[in-house]
Ligand binder design. Structure first.
Ligand code: F6P
Length: 363
């Protein structure tokens, strides 16, 4: 149908590669199918606002420069669930009908949602409520969306974390220090373990594998016995203290975010090992900046496939990357699941094989 209109939105935390996916969707929809594409601003908010907040995306807007541009030109939100929308008086209100009405008013026939696991779940519920045909594209630096080997943004974040280790290593060596790098990842350790292997870390701590301070101290001693007077430790922000407490900081609006496990470990380890420790918290630099080539390619493949799914009437599906190819899975199989590091999988075994301390699984 040549005059079909589709909508697209980005939801959840931003990351590198979102604009590359938007660009691919617009190219495929217009060039191949002759459809119109409407970009909805600020995630679900654009359809809840009156007047609606959107922009028609045409080919003049999606030049090659979009590939190089971090963030999302549509804007995004990672709060404001329409089913429990935070009102100014502190109460929560179900505003899901506003979203459904907005969708109908815009006159679109399908919605492409670029989001992580949380957004995918909420948007899938909204679309089910409104009978809205939806196709999902996974994105998140955490790389924890189920049934896809890669989500948009992870490759760039990993490059940033790897480069940070490369930059910390000379200072560790020059000052005979234990350098600790805290990376993002929420409840999973994809960034940490990949960066740790690629950057030559001595210790990598991830939420999926318990660790002990003694185990870390033993590894640092071992490094010294082998003749090296410095060590590199990578810790995922979602790691708990030895006694099992999450380390968080309170943000504006009273929201908790992970942050501080690096400082916790630095303080404990400086008491246990006879070495200076320094802590670097990488934070949001992992989300921004110029998208890596891999993210641009994955995002482009995802965008093309998402539009093809709509054209084929294969709705309620999320595009995915499996075995080096783009494919798709039912969104209902993804919602509510988290893809964690397998403590006995390739990455964990590779790290162990390299002598990296990654914690102890217990007996
Ligand atoms: O999910 C992406 C992510 O960057 C996590 O790694 C991190 O814990 C969180 O978002 C930070 O959220 P915010 O941008 O709200 O501080």
């Amino acid at each position: 149908m040549a005059d079909k209109r589709i909508g697209i939105l980005t939801s959840g935390g931003d990351c590198a590669g979102l604009n590359a996916a938007l660009r691919a969707v617009v190219h495929r929809a217009i060039r191949n199918y002759g459809w119109k594409v409407f970009g909805i601003r600020d995630g679900s908010l654009g359809l809840m606002k009156r007047p609606l907040d959107y922009i028609e995306l045409d080919l003049s807007l999606v030049t090659g420069d979009m590939l190089r541009l971090g963030g999302t030109i549509l804007g995004t939100i990672n709060k404001g669930d329409p089913f429990a929308y935070p009102m100014p008086d502190g109460t929560k209100k179900d505003r899901s009908q506003d979203f459904v009405d907005g969708y109908r008013d815009l006159g679109i026939e399908a919605l492409v949602v670029i989001g992580g696991d949380g957004s995918m779940r909420i948007l899938n519920n909204l679309c089910r409520k409104g009978g809205i045909p939806m196709v999902g594209i996974p994105k998140t630096i955490d790389n924890d969306v189920a049934h896809t080997d890669y989500a948009i943004g992870f490759a760039t974040a990993l490059n940033v974390a790897g480069e940070a280790i490369d930059r910390l290593a000379p200072t560790a060596a020059s000052h005979h220090r234990v350098m600790i790098l805290e990376v993002m990842g929420r409840d999973v350790g994809h960034i940490a373990i990949n960066a740790g292997i690629a950057g030559g870390a001595d210790v990598v701590l991830i939420p999926e594998i318990p660790y002990s301070l003694e185990g870390i101290a033993r590894k640092i001693d071992e490094v010294r016995r082998e003749g090296r007077n410095h060590a590199l430790l990578v810790v995922a922000e979602g790691c708990k203290t030895e006694t099992g407490e999450a380390v968080t900081t309170v943000q504006t609006g009273g929201e908790n975010r992970y942050g501080g496990i690096g400082q916790y470990l630095g303080a404990r380890l400086s008491e246990m090992v006879d070495a200076e420790t320094r802590v670097t918290v990488l934070g949001h630099v992992q989300r921004g900046g110029m998208p890596s080539m891999r993210d641009r390619i994955i995002a482009s493949a995802f965008g093309i496939h998402a539009v093809d799914l709509i054209a084929q009437g294969k709705l309620g599906r999320m595009v995915a990357w499996q075995h080096g190819q783009v494919t798709d899975v039912p969104i209902s199989d993804v919602a509510g699941l988290t893809r964690a590091i397998d403590p006995y999988g390739t990455l964990a075994q590779t790290a162990r094989g390299l002598g990296i301390y990654i914690g102890e699984m217990g007996s």
